[in-house]
Design a binder for this molecule. Structure first.
Ligand code: MLT
Length: 319
């Protein structure tokens, strides 16, 4: 009998007392990308604050590679006892389900949604050495030159951004895969790569610090965190893409534990210091209603229905 089934039996047999006492030891939070990137940053801010609510430490474990599919596979096979949870996003928990034909687990069927988390609009950025000051100039430069750009792998947020950028501008760049946009950012700053369409929480501080150049944000309206940066539409190329995040547990994790984790995530997101930090990074915060497990599960399914035809039309598939 599969290990998870035995573990599930054990957890179920333990019953409400188990959930009541939960948590009695530290919780592992699987992060599908490298340390220092946007998903890792969100996990650490949230994890630290949730641990205060839960009275146990939340330990971040970066499990990188294949645009998050390795991490989500590990999560789906973890013991459903509440001591292993994972953070993911539009790419890792929706788009990868369309791109990777042999995932070996079901992104919807084998994972339990815990809470919807903030979303990052994306910034179109370049190294300071790129001879362009506006988005139109950047597009012209990319059409006239062979340029390399960073992604965190096929299906990642920065890959989704590259696809949206190509669809809106007709310009492309050579995709250089990294284990996350944290390490990709280091290479962008040092001009090893020249462009990236990246989540605001990772790029905005670097752009504000003058280390890279930001051309536009991929949201419908300008962001209060970056009022000087035009929207892509204002800059001449309408495109809207935002990378929403979420928390999941292995399927079979008792509802009482999922609800406890959700309550801790909601409390963390209601903390004024946490909200201020996330808003400064340009993130859009979900409502308490939207964060609820059932609402988040319905949202994830709706996103699958929305993105499946888009990704299939783009012809991106990994056998
Ligand atoms: C990261 O944390 O590195 C990002 O979420 C990667 C991506 O999806 O672009």
């Amino acid at each position: 009998m599969r290990r998870t089934a035995i573990a599930l039996l054990a957890v179920t047999a333990a019953g409400p007392a188990f959930a009541q006492a939960y948590p009695t030891k530290p919780i592992t939070l699987i992060v599908p990308f490298a340390a220092g990137g946007p998903t890792d940053l969100l996990a650490r801010i949230l994890g630290e604050r949730m641990s205060k609510e839960l009275g146990q430490q939340i330990i971040v474990e970066n499990v990188t590679g294949a645009a998050g599919t390795i991490a989500m596979t590990k999560l789906s096979r973890s013991t459903p006892d509440g001591y292993t949870i994972g953070i993911g996003h539009l790419g890792t928990n929706v788009v990868n389900g369309v791109i990777y034909t042999k995932l070996g687990f079901d992104l919807i069927g084998d994972l339990e949604p815990i809470a919807r988390l903030p979303a990052n609009p994306m910034l179109i950025v370049s190294s300071n050495q790129v001879p362009a000051k506006t988005l139109k100039e950047l597009v012209a430069y990319l059409k006239a030159n062979q340029v390399s750009g960073g992604t965190a792998g096929m299906g990642s947020g920065s890959h989704i951004g590259a696809l949206a950028f190509n669809a809106a501008t007709g310009a492309t760049y050579q995709l250089v895969p990294y284990r996350g946009t944290g390490p990709a950012m280091q290479d962008l700053i040092s001009n090893q790569i020249q462009v990236m369409v990246d989540q605001s929480s990772n790029s905005l501080p670097q752009a504000q610090g003058g280390k890279i150049r930001a051309y536009a944000v991929t949201s419908a309206k300008r962001s209060p965190a970056m009022p000087d940066i035009p929207t892509a539409a204002e800059a001449g190329y309408p495109m809207e893409v935002s990378i929403w995040n979420g928390l999941w547990a292995p399927k079979g994790t008792p509802k009482a534990i999922v609800d406890k984790l959700n309550a801790a995530a909601v409390a963390a997101m209601q903390d004024p210091a946490v909200r201020k930090r996330m808003e400064e990074l340009g993130q859009d915060l979900p409502t308490v209603e939207e964060m609820k497990p059932a609402a988040f599960a319905a949202f994830q399914k709706a996103e699958f229905a929305k993105w499946k035809p888009i990704i299939e039309k783009a012809g991106v598939k990994i056998e």
